[in-house]
Ligand binder design. Structure first.
Ligand SMILES: Nc1ncnc2c1ncn2[C@@H]1O[C@H](COP(=O)(O)OP(=O)(O)OP(=O)(O)O)[C@@H](O)[C@H]1O
Length: 300
C-alpha cells in the first residue's frame, strides 16, 4: 500500500536559519501520527511544505503517492490541513466559507456533508454567523470544518486545540478519532503532550529541523520514561549509594526518583530514611510523554 505521506530528504532554509535540515518520514494509511517538537522545531514549515504552501530547497514530499510539487492538484485534494493560525475571510458566514471551499475543490451540492461536519463540530447553531463574530475556539472548529469539506483521506492538524476549552477539545477529539476509525490518516502537532500520548499510535519528535525520535508511543514511553516517586522531606539530605543513581531531580528538600517496578518503592523509602530523610509528603507518577519529550530534547 502506498504511504499516506512520504517525506524524503526535505530541507528548507530561511536566510541563515535552517528550518528543516533533512527530514525523512513516512506515515502509513490509517495511522494516527503525532509530530511533536519545541517552538521553532520546524513542524509548521514541514506541514506548509506538505500543503504546497512553502517550497522546500531540496527533497520530495508526497501525499497518497502524489508529489506535492509535480502533481500539486491531486496531492492537495488528498490533504486537509487545519492551520495553526486563525486565518479566515471575515465577510463570510461559516456556511458560505464552507461552500466556497467546496467550490475551490470543484465540489457542488455539498450541503449534506457540510451539515454533518457542522453537527460533529457543534457548530450547527453558528452556520449563519459571520466568521468574525465567532469566539477563538469556534473559529478554530470552523477551520477544522474547512479542512474536511472535500473529505480528504489525509488530515493534518497543526495545534488544533490551542485556545479550545476542555469540553470542546474532547468533542473535537471524539470526532477526529471517528474520522481515523473510518480510515482517514491523521497527523497531529500539539504542545499538549498528554493529548499526543492518548491519541497517537506513533510519534516523531522534531528538533531544530531534524527528526530526533520516531517510534510507537508505547515504545517511546517504555524506553524514555519511568514511574516516579516524589518525596518532600522535612529537610534536605545528601544521598548515598544506589539511591543517588535513581534520582531524577531535586527541588530544595523535594526529591524525585525514577523506578520501573512497584516493589522498588519500599527500597527507595528505606534508603531515604537511612540517609536521615523524614518524609512529609509523597506522590507517585506514571511514565508520561512529557518525561519522554524532555529526555529526548535534552539528549539531542
Ligand atoms: N516565513 C519565514 N521566514 C523566516 N523564518 C521563518 C519563516 N517561517 C518559519 N521560520 C522560522 O523557521 C523555524 C521553524 O519554524 P516553524 O514555524 O516551522 O516551527 P514550529 O515547530 O511549527 O514551531 P511552533 O511550535 O512554535 O509552532 C523557526 O525558527 C521560525 O522562526
Amino acid at each position: 500500500m502506498i504511504p499516506a505521506i512520504r517525506i524524503a530528504g526535505v530541507t528548507k532554509r530561511f536566510r541563515s536559519l535552517q528550518a528543516l535540515a533533512g527530514v525523512d518520514l513516512e506515515v502509513a494509511q490509517g495511522e494516527f501520527f503525532g509530530l511533536l517538537g519545541p517552538n521553532g522545531a520546524g513542524k509548521t514549515t514541514l506541514i506548509s511544505s506538505l500543503a504546497g504552501l512553502a517550497r522546500p530547497d531540496s527533497g520530495t514530499l508526497e501525499v497518497m503517492g502524489h508529489d506535492v510539487v509535480k502533481d500539486y492538484r491531486a496531492a492537495r485534494l488528498a490533504l486537509g490541513v487545519v492551520p495553526q493560525e486563525l486565518v479566515f475571510d471575515p465577510f463570510f458566514s461559516v456556511r458560505e466559507m464552507l461552500r466556497i471551499q467546496s467550490g475551490y475543490f470543484g465540489i457542488r451540492n455539498n450541503d449534506d456533508w457540510i451539515d454533518e461536519i457542522l453537527h460533529h463540530l457543534d457548530l450547527t447553531g453558528k452556520a449563519g454567523a459571520n466568521m468574525r463574530m465567532l469566539s477563538g475556539g469556534m473559529k478554530r472548529r470552523a477551520l477544522v470544518a474547512q479542512a474536511l469539506v472535500h473529505r480528504p483521506p489525509v488530515i493534518v492538524l497543526d495545534e488544533p486545540t490551542a485556545g479550545v476549552d476542555v469540553e470542546l477539545r474532547q468533542g473535537l477529539w471524539q470526532f477526529i478519532r471517528k474520522l481515523n476509525q473510518d480510515g482517514h490518516t491523521i497527523v497531529l502537532t500539539t504542545h499538549y503532550l498528554e493529548e499526543a500520548e492518548t491519541l497517537c499510535g506513533r510519534i516523531a519528535m522534531l528538533k531544530a529541523g531534524r527528526v530526533v525520535a520516531l517510534d510507537t508511543t508505547a515504545n517511546l514511553l517504555q524506553r524514555f520514561a519511568s514511574h516516579t516517586l516524589r518525596v518532600s522531606l522535612e529537610e534536605a539530605i545528601t544521598l548515598a549509594g544506589p539511591l543517588a543513581g535513581k534520582l531524577l531531580k531535586t527541588e530544595g528538600s523535594t526529591l524525585e526518583f525514577g523506578f520501573d517496578a512497584f516493589d522498588e518503592v519500599a527500597d527507595l523509602l528505606a534508603g531515604v530514611r537511612t540517609c536521615g530523610g523524614k518524609v512529609v509528603d509523597m506522590v507517585l507518577g506514571k511514565p508520561d510523554m512529557e518525561q519522554v519529550f524532555v529526555g529526548i530534547m535534552n539528549q539531542n
